[in-house]
Design a protein around this ligand. Structure first.
Ligand SMILES: Cc1cc2nc3c(=O)[nH]c(=O)nc-3n(C[C@H](O)[C@H](O)[C@H](O)COP(=O)(O)OP(=O)(O)OC[C@H]3O[C@@H](n4cnc5c(N)ncnc54)[C@H](O)[C@@H]3O)c2cc1C
Length: 435
């Protein structure tokens, strides 16, 4: 029986691992390089009364066990929302998903989208080699090129032709012809977004869900892992400490984990360096007004808008802003491989505010009470055409040296919080079972 599991990372994946270890009566120690726990699901409350997460985080899990567990973590003190999502394109505000909400867009564009959609439904399409092929086959060229292919460049920072389709799942809604026609003719449509509702803690931000999990482990903050001797089973940290481990579960991003392992072969190191991920600069602006925008999040398609997505922390919980105030979080995406961040993150605040005014979310009369910027080096795994084979090499090596990986950046997938948690549970179970 394993005596103790060492867990690298205190996000949802690390919490899943700690939870499983505790359930099985196995001790664990959890290390995180930061001075707070939670990874992407950390939240921060400021003296001025604004609370923000490390990027917008809401729970829309469909896994009933995880749903119940999270509810228990906050003693049932969560808010359940019916999701409101929209899009912004060339000055038009469009309900999401756009493919079934074309009403109000220029007539010639709508007609061409429908014509293409019908043709795409009936025509034989060439074999799908990449995401662009998939989009063209699913929606036809006009819609594909006007909306998702433009969004792809902003969100994934690369062209759709450079991506595979393994990440899609339910993310892109494929409508019937009737739904496309109804949405083109009428402003009122059914809600078909794959996230119909979501939950969010009443107080303290998303991080409130995590407190009971970290209480089940021995949490060591300020421990940045910089070296692993997988043969002698020793971890080395940037603060100079070394710790032996019995079994290791890591949620550290693979491009950071692999070079830290002693004696890692060159081909594995090279494979890890090919794994691409976007980074996101999150700009939050708090103002003295709450009726900023009536959506929980909004996708921005136009290249000349500085941000890619907006969300509204005060609509997730009113406790996230002082009474009568509101806040907007803007996500601005970059990637070292395809679209490097071209400025200091702090220099993203002013262009975000300018574009919030341009699209009418902020008014000149608004008093800005709070400005905040975060630079998050690992955001969304990019499913580019290098990923699959590079990942197989890296995971094969980690299996060989007995390092269990988990979470979004250990599995190197496009998982949500619930999936990251379950991934951590599975990794811990493997460690416990010695598999
Ligand atoms: C902008 C954004 C918005 C999102 N919104 C949602 C949402 O609304 N709902 C949803 O379900 N999912 C959302 N996600 C996805 C969600 O964030 C992830 O699926 C999940 O949080 C990943 O958890 P994790 O534990 O795998 O990774 P992380 O949360 O990144 O945790 C990894 C941890 O490892 C630590 N670490 C890294 N390197 C080292 C090292 N060398 N030594 C020690 N510690 C280290 C980090 O500090 C971090 O705490 C969003 C993601 C992003 C980027």
């Amino acid at each position: 029986m394993t005596r103790k599991i060492s867990i690298l990372g205190s996000g949802m994946a690390g919490c899943g691992a700690a939870h499983r270890a505790s359930e099985q009566g196995v001790g664990s120690v959890m290390y995180d390089m930061k001075d707070h726990y939670g990874g992407h699901t950390a939240s921060f409350t400021f003296d001025n009364g604004f609370t923000i997460d490390e990027g917008p985080h809401v729970s829309f899990t469909k896994i009933q066990r995880v749903k119940d567990l999270l509810a228990e973590c906050v003693d049932g003190e969560f808010i359940e929302h019916k999701t409101r999502v929209n899009n912004h394109w060339k000055g038009h505000w469009i309900k999401h998903p756009a493919q079934v909400n074309l009403h109000g867009l220029p007539g010639d564009l709508v007609a061409k989208c429908i014509e293409d959609f019908v043709t795409a439904m009936h025509d034989e399409h060439p074999p799908i080699k990449n995401y662009e092929d998939w989009l063209l086959a699913a929606f036809g060229p006009t819609f594909a090129r006007t909306f998702p292919m433009e969004y792809t460049k902003k969100y994934h920072t690369t062209e759709a032709a450079n991506m595979d389709t393994n990440w899609l799942g339910p993310r892109l809604y494929r409508p019937s012809l009737q739904e496309v026609l109804s949405g083109a003719l009428s402003p009122k449509t059914d809600d078909v977004h794959y996230i119909g509702e979501f939950r969010y803690p009443k107080q303290g931000g998303f991080k409130s869900y995590l407190a009971p999990f970290v209480a089940k482990t021995d949490l060591k903050l300020g421990h940045k892992m910089v070296g692993i001797d997988a043969r002698e089973k020793v971890l080395r940290f940037a603060n100079g400490e070394s710790e032996p481990y019995d079994e290791l579960v890591s949620s550290v991003p693979l491009p950071e984990l692999v070079p830290a392992i002693d004696g890692v072969p060159d081909d594995v190191r090279e494979a890890a360096s090919k794994l691409a991920c976007s980074r996101v600069v999150i700009v939050t602006v708090g103002v003295d007004r709450e009726d900023l925008i009536d959506a929980h999040w909004t996708y921005f398609y136009d290249e000349d808008y500085f941000f890619t997505r907006l969300s509204t922390p005060h609509l997730q919980s009113a406790e996230n802003a002082p009474p009568g105030c509101g806040s907007i979080q803007a996500e601005c995406y970059y990637s070292d491989k395809y679209r490097p961040l071209d400025r200091d993150p702090g220099d993203c605040i002013e262009p975000v505010i300018a574009d919030l005014e341009r699209c009418g979310v902020l008014r000149e009369s608004d008093q800005v009470l709070f400005k905040h910027v975060m630079d998050i080096p690992y955001a969304n795994v990019i499913f580019d055409l290098d990923r699959r084979s590079a990942l197989a090499t890296v995971h094969g090596y980690l299996d060989d040296v007995g390092i269990r990986y988990c979470g979004r950046y250990g599995d190197w997938v496009y998982t949500w919080t619930d999936q990251a948690f379950v991934s951590g549970e599975h990794a811990a179970q493997k460690a416990i079972d010695g598999k």
